[in-house]
Design a protein around this ligand. Structure first.
Ligand code: RNT
Ligand code: ZN
Length: 415
């Protein structure tokens, strides 16, 4: 093995600190990361939708976006060929397949996702799901908080239909599907009645969740947000709304790294969530000045998120999903960069001698704690990651870039 010497040296160093390196590797291998299908086509989907709405935006026009479900699946397969460990695939309702037939959002059904399921079965993947509450004419004045009862009913039906698709995924694939509710509802300017829309949103969720589905097959999450483009002054599904609803109703919150004020971080929220919730969904993303959904890079916050999951013993209770959509670079590369970074940060977190650090902290030895945390930053975790990639028969370090370039030349550039 080409990575062996460096790996053995790294293992020796970590072992001296009492870290079980093999166990860390094994944990990364079995921790699924849910790949968001929407990085492949700039959140476009297959409904023949026009412009992306809901206050989110994919900027850039790099060639090669997937135009069909088959292209998207091929692209995801390409990405997975560069990733060690386990993946799930995260679908949005607007990625349905209808053979050209117009199917309204409140009429979507398992049959429209049968090809995704057949593919997931073949690849041994789990699937996650998201109702699509944007890029639709009926979403213009809000969705689940809409004051118009007809529109609200339509979106409630969409939510119920989505959870049934989640249940179908869970049953067919033997892995729990997480169905995540995010609605863009809010307003550009100051809302006089901030209570009414939130009360309607809560009531809509109650109606959607009143349809009982076994947790074994499908679990639900609600994702909060601070603002969206054109929706700057008021967001119905704020953090307080979602936390309150989730705790009261035994649902999961979804913490998206881009959905808070610029200096507010989700890593600090994880320990509080687990005091009151059994499970957590993460949307690992990267905000740059706003909720820009940049490709996830290996930065302090990514590391802090993974450290929190490991330090709180929360990996088994957390669903890790990614959420970014960069249309300005090769999309396969974007997915690969972000996912490999999430896995690297997870591995590094697992290689931390947490008990040793906690002991220093409890004893009040903050000098040693800071010194050790800083020394650990230059420990050779990358050698362990290289080894993990090679062990999984996946490219080591930048080896994958040349292959992406070839795929771009042979496949993407012809689209
Ligand atoms: C939007 C939310 C949401 C979406 C996806 C496409 O701000 O982050 O999760 O990105 O549903
Ligand atoms: Zn998100």
């Amino acid at each position: 093995m080409k990575t062996k010497n460096a790996y053995e040296y790294a293992k020796e160093l970590y072992s001296k600190l009492g870290v079980d390196v093999d166990k860390a590797i094994e944990t990364v291998e079995k921790t699924p990361i849910s790949l968001h299908c929407w990085q492949g086509d700039d959140v476009h989907g297959f409904e023949g939708a026009g412009e992306l709405s809901g206050g989110i935006q994919a900027t850039g026009n790099y060639p090669g976006a997937a135009r069909t479900p088959d292209e998207l699946r091929k692209d995801i397969e390409k990405v997975m060929s560069y990733l060690p460990g386990k993946q799930k695939v995260n679908l949005h309702a607007c990625y349905l397949e209808t053979n050209g037939k117009k199917v309204e959002r409140n009429e979507i059904a398992p049959e429209h996702f049968a090809s995704w399921v057949a593919w997931a079965k073949e690849k041994g993947l789990g699937l996650d799901f998201n109702p699509t509450y944007f890029s639709h004419p009926l979403a213009e004045n809000g969705t689940l908080s809409n004051a118009d009862e007809g529109a609200r009913k339509f979106w409630i039906e969409h939510g119920i239909a989505s959870r049934k698709i989640g249940e179908y995924f869970g049953k067919e694939l033997g892995q729990t599907c997480v169905t995540n509710f995010w609605i863009p509802d809010g307003s550009k300017d100051i809302n006089v009645d901030k209570f009414g829309p939130r009360a309607r949103y809560a009531d809509s969720l109650d109606k959607i969740f009143s349809v009982k589905i076994d947790d074994k097959y499908n679990m639900d999450a609600i994702e909060s947000k601070v603002f969206g483009i054109g929706l700057e002054s008021y967001t119905v599904g704020s953090n307080e709304f979602c936390m309150g609803y989730a705790i009261k109703n035994g649902k999961m919150v979804c913490l998206d790294a881009g959905h808070f004020h610029p200096t507010e971080v989700i890593s600090d929220k994880i320990s509080s969530v687990f005091l009151y919730c059994d499970n957590l969904l993460l949307h690992v993303s990267r905000p740059v000045r706003w909720d820009s959904d940049h490709v996830v890079i290996y930065n302090d916050e990514l590391q802090a998120i993974m450290n929190e999951l490991v330090r709180n013993n929360a990996l088994d209770k957390t669903f890790i999903a990614l959420d970014f959509f960069d249309a300005s670079i090769n999309r396969i590369a974007a997915w690969t960069i972000g996912t490999r970074n999430a896995q690297k940060a997870l591995l590094n977190a697992l290689l931390e001698p947490t008990d040793l650090l906690k002991k220093m902290e409890l004893e009040g030895d903050f000098t040693s704690r800071l010194a050790m945390l800083e020394e650990l930053k230059s420990y050779p975790f990358a050698a362990v990651f290289d080894y993990l990639c090679e062990k999984n028969d996946r490219p080591v370090r930048e080896e994958w870039i040349a292959d992406v370039k070839k795929y771009e030349k042979d496949v993407l550039s012809k689209r």
